[in-house]
Ligand binder design. Structure first.
Ligand SMILES: [Zn+2]
Length: 317
């Protein structure tokens, strides 16, 4: 496998241009013929040429675009149209044609986790209970069935492989944004060759391997926790604690297909980003509401209520 990757990644594509966005910090790579001055992530118009950064890891895998530009435009147009009427001006009228495809760098992490855990396991049982109550002014004794839980502690080990953890390696796209776009079907991953991304804008990984490793381990430990939660016996459990020894860690750069529409709707505000998973068509974005539109609507309702009240008062006399 290592032999193969060395061969394929040394293949040479057309002349490449290294571009930097002074606004969001994205480090882009495009073919010289695709020279762009606008950042696909933040729509800043002043992307500039920069020298290549030495030591940037080459991608090992890439996932191709399956959602076409036309389809991405339609997904975005539908998303924009279905935003609330109270969304800030300029968002619902944004031009979906400005959506751009970017190969976003991420780290793909897998690991063999040996988890040691400790938890309280609850077993439910039924019991008859007598109680007193008052009926027709008399104190009477009754019985009822109650469910109680007996707790016992359990500790043990669970060994398992955690695969397909993705963490962003991009300064352009935050990790929570990538998580919102997941899942990607990683069965479609191919070995990276420069030809694979020919004709597209790609971002270079700009977060360090160490930064991404910390995040990847955290996410893997969370997945171990979820797996343990499903594995616990009994009717319920609480105080589940676990710690894993991590072996056979693998961390490879892969490129993910994402369509991005950056909407600059107001001066001095960060752009709204509408993202489309380039493989599944899943659309994500957080359209901010307009304080003025919401206030105006609330005032309009209050005026209607007041008028209604006045009319009802007038009618009563
Ligand atoms: Zn930017």
């Amino acid at each position: 496998m290592a032999e193969q990757s060395r061969e394929t990644t040394s293949a040479v594509a057309g002349p490449r241009l290294h571009l930097g966005c002074p606004s969001c910090g994205a480090q882009l790579v495009v073919e010289a013929s695709l020279r762009t001055t606008r950042c696909p992530y933040c729509a800043a118009p002043n992307v500039v040429e920069r020298p290549p950064v030495p030591g940037v890891p080459e991608p090992v895998f890439a996932l191709g675009f399956t959602v076409t530009h036309g389809a991405a435009k339609e997904h975005v147009a539908r998303w924009l149209k279905t935003r609330s009427r109270f969304t800030r001006s300029g968002i619902r009228t944004a031009e979906p044609g400005e959506v751009r495809g970017v190969y976003v760098p991420a780290y793909l992490y897998s690991v063999l986790a040996h988890a040691r855990f400790r938890a309280s396991i609850g077993e439910d049982y039924q019991e008859q209970e007598t109680y007193t109550t008052t009926e027709n002014g008399k104190t009477v004794t009754r019985t009822r069935t109650v469910t109680r839980t007996e707790w016992r502690s359990l500790d043990g080990e669970l060994k398992g492989y955690v695969a397909d953890v993705l963490v962003t390696a991009s300064t352009g796209l935050r990790n929570d944004e990538l998580e919102a776009l997941e899942p990607f079907d990683l069965r479609g991953l191919a070995r990276y060759t420069p030809a694979l991304i020919s004709g597209w804008v790609a971002e270079e990984p700009s977060l360090t391997r160490e930064q991404c490793l910390v995040q990847a381990r955290r996410e893997a430990e969370e997945l171990v926790g979820e797996r343990l939660g499903r594995f616990m016996p009994g009717d319920s459990h609480r105080e589940l604690q676990h710690e894993s020894r991590l072996d056979w860690e693998a961390l490879d750069v892969c490129l993910l297909p994402v369509w991005v529409l950056a909407v600059r709707y107001a001066e001095g505000e960060p752009p709204l980003r509408v993202l489309v998973n380039g493989q599944t068509g899943e659309v994500q974005g957080k359209a901010p509401l307009s304080v003025w539109k919401v206030t105006a609507a609330v005032l309009a309702v209050l005026v209607l209520v007041a008028v209604g009240w006045l009319l009802s008062q007038g009618g009563g006399r």
